[in-house]
Design a protein around this ligand. Structure first.
Ligand code: ADP
Length: 635
């Protein structure tokens, strides 16, 4: 159980705790600027300084738009560009990589993995954050300890979608407490909670802080009882600091400025009203200019034992442990999503009937050989859109929600995968590569099964040759195309917003389809400038492989129905010649598809990585994009 032991902040007195250093954060002259319009830039923080100590619950207060979340995001490392100033951790210059190992950031929106119970969610968090070298018994003790402390024991079997607002928030905190981080940042933890849940949430944070952690949260108009629970308050107004110090020092500070808080008035409301300029700008200026003299930053005395030291080896969880846990979690979530599975199976059966019905019995009809070509093309189109579209919806950032909370009922809000991964990756639950490999592996069985359902229906309905090697060639080509389309969807979805992704999906797909069927029936060879785009489209390789599987490899002439006078294309070789595929081989096309799949998968991995952890080039591209956007919106 959590015991309150404020004096010895160096060793956390939490039942499951490893020895963790106490961490004091100091920052001076932090300025944050964002580009604004053509030549302009907007200053959001104007040289703010302060210190947040271990063992204290600090509240960052201020009117809306003052810069509270921005300050929190900068200290947590969530924002890393456009910042000037100094941040030190226990007196040592901030090394953001190392600091992230000591801290966690609980965002305003409760981004919880769907289709998991509370117990499963926290167990997966324990496996990811502690690895497999901590035995199950110890993990169970930790999990029970946290569930009890956060009053989640009764909800342990409830799925995350069914939790109340307060329970969701407590679970978000619980998931991060598993590895006992010494620093916890929270962006407006009480937003969306009722009064009682808000008080309980802040009480919990107070207890967590008193166990030796540094807990910092931005908070919007707290009630008097919530305000009183903070040990330390930092007031921000228009990007400047208007007060920093103990909570009970706020009113004396205001008195020194010549402002008396009316009796029975909430001091939090009062200080926010004053700092927002409701009583005149003169008081705001007075507060800002008095901060350095009346609330000076005093050096923190630290015992030598509490030096800032992290043992990287102890914290690093093996790649394999992360991969196995993520794969298990993905499979469980997929299995739980029964309605989605049923929908997908029904969709494939429905399409099987539609496409099978459209091309019914043409497979062995010498007068309908061209239709058979159309059937191969239709299969590739089905396997372009059907795997791609769900990924486009499932993955992206919804517009405008990258760092802000969704203004929707949390019960109805379904975060997209990239948002969830961004939160977990930022809090160092796992690296991107085990996630990506687990994602790749988890979709393979289901995509194969769904494709087999559709293919076995249409292949039979259409009356294609029932020769094993042709079936194997046809099915394997289609399945590789499914994975290519899925990877394309993932690449687009993990890079763009839903609206842009849904637009870009077809914008990329339609040219891919069109360039693949160039030159059909033309006698002259295609010029180079038409050949290049044709062979850049994976659909061309798919089409050639399917046509060769159906018509190649010495297939005998197809029977011509008695009512037809002459069936020109009943000779398979003639058919291949007229569509320009007589010299195509199956294996070269299949190999080309596999190479394309590997390349697209590698690009997808790179794009996802840049989305979650952008390098300098991507940061610059992002900045240019924002400048262009603001240019266009000004015109
Ligand atoms: P608070 O959390 O105090 O409500 P924020 O820190 O979210 O305020 O934002 C402070 C101000 O900075 C707001 O006016 C907001 O509109 C502005 N702001 C924040 N981020 C950006 C950005 N990327 N571009 C332009 N303005 C921004």
């Amino acid at each position: 159980m959590y015991k309150e032991k404020k004096n010895n902040a160096c060793i956390l007195p939490v039942g499951h705790a490893r020895r963790m250093p106490s961490v004091d954060i100091e920052f001076s002259d932090i300025t944050y600027t964002v580009p604004n319009g053509r030549k302009d830039s907007k200053i959001i923080l104007r040289g703010v300084s302060g210190q947040f100590k271990s063992g204290e619950l600090t509240g960052i207060l201020g009117p809306s738009g003052a810069g509270k979340s921005t300050l929190l995001n900068i200290l947590a490392g969530y924002k890393s560009t456009g910042i000037a100033g100094h941040i030190t951790i226990n007196g040592v210059k901030l090394n953001s990589r190392r600091f992230k190992k000591l801290s966690c950031y609980i965002m305003q929106e409760d981004l919880l993995q769907p289709k998991l119970t509370v117990l499963e969610a926290i167990n997966f968090s324990a496996d990811l954050k502690l690895g497999f070298h901590v035995d199950r018994q110890t993990k169970d003790a930790i999990v029970n300890d946290i569930l009890e402390t956060l009053r989640l024991t009764n909800a342990r079997e409830t799925t995350t979608e069914r939790l109340s607002g307060g329970e969701r928030k407590r679970l978000s905190i619980a998931l991060e407490l598993v590895n006992n981080p010494p620093v916890i940042f929270l962006d407006e933890p009480t937003t969306g909670l009722d009064d009682l849940s808000s008080i309980q949430c802040i009480e919990l944070l107070q207890r967590v802080a008193q166990s030796g952690r540094t807990v910092v949260c931005s908070i919007h108009t707290p009630s008097a009882s919530i305000f009183a629970k903070f040990h330390h308050v930092y007031v921000v107004t228009a990007g400047q600091c208007a007060y920093r110090g103990p909570t009970d020092g706020v009113l004396p500070f205001l008195q020194q400025m010549g402002i008396n808080c009316p009796i029975h008035y909430n001091p939090a409301d009062f200080v926010i009203e004053i700092s927002s300029g409701e009583y005149g700008e003169v008081y705001v200026e007075k507060m800002v200019s008095a901060v350095d003299t009346k609330c000076p930053i005093t050096p923190i005395s630290r015992s030598p034992k509490c030096q800032f030291e992290i043992d990287d080896k102890n914290i690093k969880i093996p790649w394999w442990d992360q991969f196995c846990t993520l794969l298990r979690r993905m499979m469980l979530q997929f299995y739980r999503d029964r309605s989605y599975i049923l929908l997908k199976i029904s969709l494939h059966i429905f399409l099987g009937f539609v496409i099978g019905g459209l091309f019914l019995g043409i497979g062995n009809d010498g007068s309908k050989t061209l239709f058979n070509f159309g059937f191969c093309f239709a299969c590739l189109i089905v396997f372009l859109f059907i795997p791609m579209l769900p990924v486009l919806l499932h993955y992206p950032f919804p517009l405008g929600l990258e760092s802000r909370s969704p203004v929707v009922d949390p019960q109805l809000y379904v975060p997209t995968q990239v948002q969830l991964v961004k939160r977990e990756h930022f809090n160092r639950w796992y690296s991107i590569s085990p996630y990506f490999f687990a994602l790749t592996l988890s979709t393979i069985p289901v995509q194969i099964i769904l494709s087999l359902i559709y293919l076995s229906m249409v292949y039979f309905f259409v009356g294609q040759p029932l020769e094993l090697f042709r079936i194997a060639m046809f099915f394997s080509t289609c399945i590789v195309c499914v994975f290519i389309a899925e990877s394309l969807g993932l690449a687009i979805g993990s890079t763009l917003s839903i609206v842009n992704g849904i637009f870009m999906g077809p914008v990329i797909s339609v040219p891919l389809m069109l360039v693949a069927v160039q030159g059909l029936g033309e006698q002259d060879p295609l010029p180079f400038y038409r050949l290049v785009p044709m062979y850049l489209s994976y659909i061309r390789y798919g089409l050639e492989a399917l046509c060769v599987a159906v018509f190649g490899y010495g297939r005998k002439n197809l029977p011509c129905p008695p009512e037809e006078v002459y069936c020109h294309y009943s000779i398979p070789k003639e058919m291949l010649r007229s569509i320009g595929m007589v010299e195509s081989g199956f294996w070269s096309n299949f190999l080309a598809l596999v190479v394309i799949l590997i390349i697209i998968r590698a690009i997808t991995y790179y794009l996802l990585r840049q989305r979650l952890q952008p390098n300098k080039t991507f940061q610059a591209l992002h900045l240019i994009g924002r400048l262009v956007k603001s240019h266009l919106s000004m015109d």
